[in-house]
Ligand binder design. Structure first.
Ligand SMILES: [Zn+2]
Length: 142
């Protein structure tokens, strides 16, 4: 067995798991609604997927993006697949707001500000609706 963290752990709060991939909510207090779509098998690159697998993964990313837009009403969605630190295929789906700590830079850049507490709390409340919205969107794919 390898020591890959995404082979050993879900990588966040599990929202949904299928045969090929899973969706998790990332425990990120500053960025409520931040999700990841993680391929279950340990591979590093999109081009290692078959065409059908790629369609499955991108359909899941699409469903999660749509759910995050609908539930969180962000200014922008950031989609990212980096894998430099954890070379196990996964996509980040991140709702972005003009007052989030890193905006307009990527969430991996240095922090510019703290979001006002009441705003953050209301976004955390909104994010509670995400698991249901994501599961419902995935159910509609079938
Ligand atoms: Zn892995």
């Amino acid at each position: 067995m390898n020591n890959c963290i995404l082979c050993q752990d879900d990588g966040g709060h599990l929202v949904w798991r299928g045969d090929d991939a899973r969706v998790v909510l990332v425990d990120s207090p500053d960025l409520p609604g931040y999700c990841r779509v993680v391929w279950n098998r340990h591979i590093a690159e999109m081009s290692e997927l078959s065409r059908v697998e790629r369609e499955i993964l991108l359909a899941l990313v699409d469903v999660v993006e749509f759910a995050v837009r609908r539930v969180m009403r962000p200014q922008k969605i950031n989609l990212a697949s980096l894998g430099n630190q954890v070379p196990h295929l996964h996509w980040h789906v991140i709702p972005r707001f003009a007052d989030d700590p890193y905006f307009p830079d990527s969430i991996w850049s240095s922090k510019h500000r703290d979001t006002i507490d009441t705003v953050l709390k209301s976004r955390r409340e909104l994010a509670k609706g995400l698991p249901e919205a994501i599961r419902s969107g995935i159910a509609d794919l079938a």
